[in-house]
Design a protein around this ligand. Structure first.
Ligand code: PMT
Length: 422
């Protein structure tokens, strides 16, 4: 998986920096083109010459030591990296990454990077468990940075505890897993909907819901990371949609229906995470509705159920619906799966804390026609999206996204959880 990949290895100043030499060597042996950036502190533990010799490239130490006038080194390195690994990562670099600081060659390059990033922390156990470090790790994880957790054992400071840099082999395995995952949906077209719809009453008022679009954005990002070509149809959303996907805006349920139906034939997978209005005002006034009387009755009419429409038109598409429920989850999810002809339904109990609308996390149950296939506990929407899309990839037939060698998502994730978290 690593052959021909350009991997940028960031080495920071901890005693485990000596293990970066082994890691560098393993990556080179696996066929990767490895470029190394060291912080000044790292050079107190291991010499640049060691890493230069192992990587067969000059080691970068100073942002202003520009060797090639035709490029700006930190941008050039960031642009050409297929993957960045920071190992060992000190509390300091994790803090800088989480807060967007760029005051040396490594942090500056990391800020310019768009490639996936794997961070392998190594530090004293009390530092690792400090709320500031925990919060920084959570921030980075929520942005998609992957972590290879430190091991437990004898630490340089004398403690026997968690904080030892993961073994180089485990870090290499995490990199291989990441690239393997990047091919799961290669060649597939994925259509995702996100956010709430907006149903106008008049020029200043509308009916909508609490959807922020985060779940749909996370699905689009996961599909993109798995190599798919992604179209994201977004209603009313908050925050930045993921880069590298085609973004189509659709405000109302009717606009979303048109946008989705127009792209349905060419889609291989459709994931409907949007919260679409079930009813819209019977008529939208083109002038502001004036106050009159003590009560006001709105007449609403049913919108077209987009998912049901897609289920009826489905030929070869793999159709994933969501079900936002507050009780009897399984009953309603199975009903939606059958009625709307879905291959999978992802149910979330939107009344549960940390789940559903407008939060960064979710708790989901995934159903197919035989019943429950995955029960995912509280996790970030990013992680949930990754697990959902892995499950989709496993179930696709034919080439490209068969995922034939891939473990079921929940089993793989349980295994990963020992050493890797996201
Ligand atoms: O956006 P976030 O803040 O991250 O919140 C995420 C979420 C709670 C919106 C998401 O996880 C979710 O549950 N999305 C589906 C919300 C919803 O509309 O659920 P539903 O049970 O009412 O609809 C079932 C399915 O039919 C959904 O896939 C929905 O997109 C689809 N539908 C519903 C009505 C309609 N007119 N057309 C549709 O396509």
């Amino acid at each position: 998986m690593l052959k021909g990949k350009t991997i940028l290895l960031g080495v920071t100043g901890g005693i485990a920096a000596y293990k970066a030499a082994i890691l560098c060597s393993r990556l080179v042996q696996a066929g990767a083109d490895v470029r190394v950036i060291m912080t000044q502190s790292a050079t107190k533990f291991i010499t640049p010459l060691t890493l230069q010799t192992l990587s067969r490239h000059p080691v970068y130490l100073d942002t202003f030591d520009e060797k090639d006038p035709s490029v700006v080194a930190h941008i050039d390195l960031a642009d050409h990296a297929d993957l960045i690994i920071v190992a060992p990562a000190t509390a300091n670099i994790i803090g800088k990454m989480a807060n967007g600081l760029a005051d040396d060659m490594l942090s500056t390059t990391l800020l310019a990077a768009t490639s996936p990033i794997i961070v392998a922390p190594a530090m004293n156990v009390h530092m690792y468990e400090h709320p500031a470090v925990v919060a920084n790790i959570q921030t980075l994880a929520s942005r998609g940075v992957r972590f290879v957790e430190p091991g437990t054992g004898q630490l340089a400071c004398g403690y026997v505890a968690k904080g030892r840099l993961a073994e180089p082999e485990d870090i290499v395995a995490a990199a291989e897993r990441l690239f393997r995952q990047g091919e799961l949906l290669a060649g597939r077209r994925v259509l995702v909907t996100a956010g709430g719809t907006v149903e106008r009453l008049d020029p200043v008022r509308f009916l909508t819901n609490d959807s922020s679009g985060r779940m749909g954005f996370a699905i689009a990002e996961a599909a993109r990371n798995m190599g798919a070509e992604v179209v994201l149809v977004a209603g009313r959303t908050e925050g930045m949609p993921p880069a590298g996907v085609e973004l189509v805006h659709a405000r109302s349920a009717a606009e979303m229906l048109d946008a989705v139906v127009a792209r349905f034939d060419e889609a291989d997978i459709v994931v409907k995470a949007a919260a679409v209005a079930d009813y819209r005002p019977a008529a939208a006034s083109d002038r502001k509705i004036k106050k009159s009387g003590d009560t006001m009755t709105l007449e609403l009419v049913k919108t077209t159920d987009i998912l049901q429409e897609l289920g009826a038109r489905k030929t070869r598409q793999f159709l994933v619906g969501f079900a936002a429920e507050t009780g009897d989850i399984e009953k309603y999810a199975m009903d939606k799966l059958q009625r709307k002809n879905c291959d999978l339904v992802v149910a979330n109990n939107v009344a549960a804390e940390g789940a559903g609308f407008n939060v960064d996390t979710n708790i989901v149950q995934i159903y197919d026609s035989s019943g429950l296939v995955a029960d995912l506990p509280l996790m970030s929407k990013r992680e949930a999206a990754e697990r959902i899309m892995q499950l989709v990839a496993e179930r696709l037939d034919g080439a490209g996204g068969s995922g034939a060698n891939v473990q079921p998502a929940w089993k793989a994730a349980d295994a990963d959880r020992d050493g890797e978290r996201r």
